[in-house]
Design a protein around this ligand. Structure first.
Ligand SMILES: Cc1ncc(COP(=O)(O)O)c(C=O)c1O
Length: 398
């Protein structure tokens, strides 16, 4: 039987990471993979994570199974971080999941089981894994417009028009709470209000992917779009990932949160989420969630962690500005200042597939073929090399 299995297509971004690792050229630069990096190219363990782990090593006294919905103190911390005082926490059925990916899948499984045929609207473009996750769960995926034709800003009227014209009551709308991946282009708060209004009017339900809290404008500021949606919409699904803002990529820490119209509905929602988890991975891993719970529940660690998140965000924003200035200095007539208003680790650079190939082949600089760059992969010491290479590429490919 298995001899008939065909080879699945490779993941394009991970394929580039492989090619980068094998590239022998000195001075190569990798702006592809979605992880935070320091100036030295490291993806470090946060100091607060190390401190929490020391604490856990000394106090943890069991590796017994976790409850199906996960670590209770962690969940209280997460619900606080995500909803603050904007919403009665009793309306939230929350479960710990293996990363944000696990949250998206459990949320989608729960909906698909009880509301077969449900459709979900995805921004065009969106994170490459969204379509596969939702389709694997049995949801029907459709896309709504997001980018302007020059790929440097949001085409808000096209987005609204698509949802207005094609959306139906009961459809889910997948929205990136902040730091849209892959474009870095987010709606303004005024635009979020219009999105909230439209969804409420049409009876569509926000399915919010919150993978970068703290990487846009700040931990609290980044939750405002979600709070804006919830002011007008009484139901939602929210999927958080703590891979980036705690640097806990490989520990797989996330949470799915289903917001019901009233607290009396939460028990049923949680029981269904538990069922979706039970037949998938049974119960979640302990370590990452215990680490996050330790940090969030200790006021000193909590405030140190906020500073660490702020430092990551500041470094990314410095790199954005340094890149814009660096491109100006090359004298090239392409203006990159639109990158300044983009948020988070990623940006659409406006470069095309052919230019991405040129940069890889001629200069050992790796970016995704769509033009997406990971700004967190930039460093001051290589900025001139990068900018000169992009300027040369633009001249060579005009
Ligand atoms: C938009 C978006 N959602 C979800 C995820 C999944 O995060 P995790 O690694 O925690 O599964 C990512 C990760 O890159 C992402 O960019």
């Amino acid at each position: 039987m298995f001899e008939h299995l065909p080879i699945a297509p490779p993941d394009s971004i991970l394929g580039l990471a492989d090619a980068f690792a094998k590239d022998p050229r000195p001075g190569k630069i990798n702006l592809t993979v979605g992880v935070y990096k320091t100036e030295d190219g490291a993806t470090p363990i946060l100091a607060t994570v190390k401190k929490a782990e020391v604490k856990l090593l000394n106090t943890e006294n069991t590796k017994g199974y976790m409850p199906i919905e996960g670590h209770q103190e962690y969940l209280r911390g997460v619900v606080n971080l995500v909803f603050g005082s904007e919403l009665e926490h009793g309306r939230v059925a929350a479960a710990q999941t293996p990363g944000g990916t696990g949250a998206l899948r459990v949320g989608a499984d729960t909906v698909a089981k009880h509301f077969p045929g449900t459709r979900i609207w995805l921004s065009n473009p969106t994170w490459a894994n969204h379509g596969s996750i939702f389709q694997a769960a049995g949801l029907e995926t459709n896309v709504y417009s997001y980018l302007s034709s020059d790929k440097t800003s949001l085409d808000f009227s096209a987005m609204i028009q698509d949802l207005e014209t094609n959306g139906r009551r009961g459809d889910l709308v997948c929205l990136h709470a902040c730091c849209h991946n892959p474009t870095g282009i987010d709606p303004t708060l005024a635009q979020w209000e219009q999105i909230a209004e439209l969804l409420a009017q049409k009876g569509m339900i926000p399915f919010v992917d919150f993978a970068y809290q703290g990487f846009g404008d700040g931990l609290e500021e980044d939750a405002k779009p979600l709070h804006t949606l919830l002011k007008k919409n009484s139901e939602a699904i929210v999927c958080s990932s703590f891979s980036k803002n705690f640097g806990l990529y490989s520990e797989r820490v996330g949470a799915v949160m289903l917001v019901s119209t009233e607290a009396s509905k939460t028990e049923a929602a949680l029981s269904q989420i538990r069922q979706a988890i039970r037949c998938n991975y049974s119960n979640p891993p302990r370590h990452g969630a215990s680490t996050v719970a330790t940090i969030l529940s200790d006021p000193t660690l909590h405030s140190e962690w906020v500073s660490e998140v702020n430092a990551m965000r500041d470094r990314i924003s410095q790199m954005r500005n340094m890149f814009i200035d660096g491109m100006k200095k090359t004298g090239i007539d392409r203006d990159f200042s639109f990158l300044a208003s983009q948020k988070g680790m990623f940006s659409y650079s406006g470069l095309n597939n052919m230019q991405a190939d040129w940069l890889k082949n001629e200069r050992a600089i790796y970016i995704v073929g769509t033009g997406r760059i990971n700004v967190a992969g930039m460093a001051p010491q290589t900025m001139d090399t990068l900018c000169n290479a992009i300027a040369d590429c633009l001249r060579a490919t005009r």
